[in-house]
Structures are given as C-alpha cells and as structure tokens.
Write a protein that binds this ligand. Sequence first.
Ligand SMILES: Cc1ncc(COP(=O)(O)O)c(C=O)c1O
Length: 319
Amino acid sequence: MPIPATPYIWFNGKLIPWEKATVHVLAHALHYGSSVFEGVRAYETPKGVAIFRLREHTTRLFDSAKIHRIQIPFQPEQINEACRQAVAANQLKRGAYIRPIAFRGYGEIGVAPKIDPPVDVAVAAWEWGKYLGHESEEAGVDVCVSSWQRVAPNTIPALAKAAGNYLSSQLISQEAKRLGFAEGIGLAPDGTVSEGAGENLFLVKDGVLYTPGLAHSVLGGITRDTVMRLARERGIEIRETSIPREMLYIADELFFTGTAAEVTPIRSVDRLQVGIGRRGPVTETLQKAFFGLFSGATADKWGWLDYVDMQAPLRVAAG
Ligand SMILES: Cc1ncc(COP(=O)(O)O)c(C=O)c1O
C-alpha cells in the first residue's frame, strides 16, 4: 500500500515539507533498529476528527523509549500536540493514520557508542483505509500459525514497540502472505499462542473471551485494552491466560485487534474453519461497540477521543 504523501511532517519540533523529512544513511536506528514508534488512528466522528486514545499511545511511546534507554527530547504533551498538528496541518478530515517515531539518529556509529547519538522525533500522518481489507470486517480473514516464533523473554522485550521487534513480525507476515494467508500468528517460545504479526489475538469459547497474557511475548495493545474494557462492560468474562495452539482450531470465534486491524474476525486457521466460518456473535458485539465509539453509538465515557482543532494555526518552519 503506497503512502499517500501529505504536505507536512512534524520533525524535531517543527512542521516541515513531507519531502524534506529525511535522515542520514548513517543514522544509528537504520543500522541497529534503535527506534521506538507508535501507530495511532484518528477517526471522523459526528463532532469532528478525533485521535483515538492518544494519551495511551504517547505513554507507550515513552515506555518503549524507557525500556531501550532512548531519551526523547520532548515532553509527552508536546508529542500529543505534534500528533494533533500533523492531522490539522494536513487537513485529514476523513481520519488518519498517525506515525510518531523516536530514534537514535546520526552521530557516532557502533552498537553502543561512547556518546549516544542525538534522538530525532518525527510525526507523520496520512489518510489510510482498512489494513486487512474492507470485506474482512464481516467475512473474516484466513490465517496460519507461522513457523517463526515470537521473541523469547529476556531476548528482545516484546512490550516495547521498537523497530527491531518488527523483523520478527516481517518474517511471520511475509511467510503467511507467501502461502496465501492474510496474516500469520506467532507462537510464544513455550509453544503457546502469542499474537499476530501486528495484532493481538482473542478467542471465544463457550461465551468466555480468552487472550494471551502480557508475559506471552505480546505487545500490550491499546485496542486489546479497549476491547477488554468494552467486553467487561457487557458482562463478558475474560481470561488472560496461556492458550494452547489447538484451541485456535476448536474456538467458537477468533479475532484480531490492533490500531491497523481494528477488530477483524478470523474465519480459518491453517485451513481449518473457525466456528461458523465468518464473524461470530461475540465478535460482532465487540466490533460494533468499538466502531460505535466513532459513530457516537457507544458513549466515550473514558475520554478516549481527543478532538483535533482543524482550524488551529500552523507552525510551519520557515524556509
Ligand atoms: C506486534 C503487535 N501486536 C499488537 C498490536 C496491536 O496494538 P495496538 O492495539 O496498540 O495497535 C500491534 C500494533 O501496534 C503490533 O504491532
């Protein structure tokens, strides 16, 4: 999916033209994967464009940076404001995908140089549709269990959303696509279920919602948390636990969650049909509750929608 260019990118405190937001080929992050990032969505709502759970995404960005000892030279509220500016400056009235990133930039070369390279921070935003396809919302997607496992604890921290982690995701997702599946699921190092290459995973069995706990090499997804809160509110029992692979095959329902994937049903795993082979009733309830947050049908009692002032004055860098 080509990135539709927008006029501006926020880079180190200023809005600059899209094509000028470049980095040196010797930037540390390019060689050693030392960047942390977020994927955030803004939705068109009846009250204007709103960024979904911006605070939580920014907190996770700073948490990821802390884990990797990357000093972000901005305060969280400055990053929140950068996200709002990236949407407003580019007039993304129909909603957007927002990509904040902080990375060790150009300085000394070497895995752990004496002088830490400066940390650069950018926020880009552009219009973006469905990640796993439009039809998938009801019909569901076909997935496989990957031959690649997720990272083991004490190797690369799974809770940090760091660029390096996505080598694992690329292996899983690319293998799945080569084999004709929409996405791949990684197993944790103990052989139990972990998550999709870029999504958390939920399973429904006998009316109970199951998802792997945070110790199973998963990213602590913000959509995962959203769906769990919406489920609890609706009286659905949730168990965060170890899930054996074969439970994927005998589940009544299975679905992915993620900022990109939103709530996407899974209709088959390893060519075995899951439940009725399309979106099941629990998935439908949760998916509707989720999308209702943006249409207004689900009350935003948590203050998850951060409205963007599209008329905000632009602070574009001179020259
Ligand atoms: C590996 C991985 N797991 C889970 C998720 C879902 O997280 P979130 O709901 O915060 O987007 C993502 C996407 O960010 C991801 O890349």
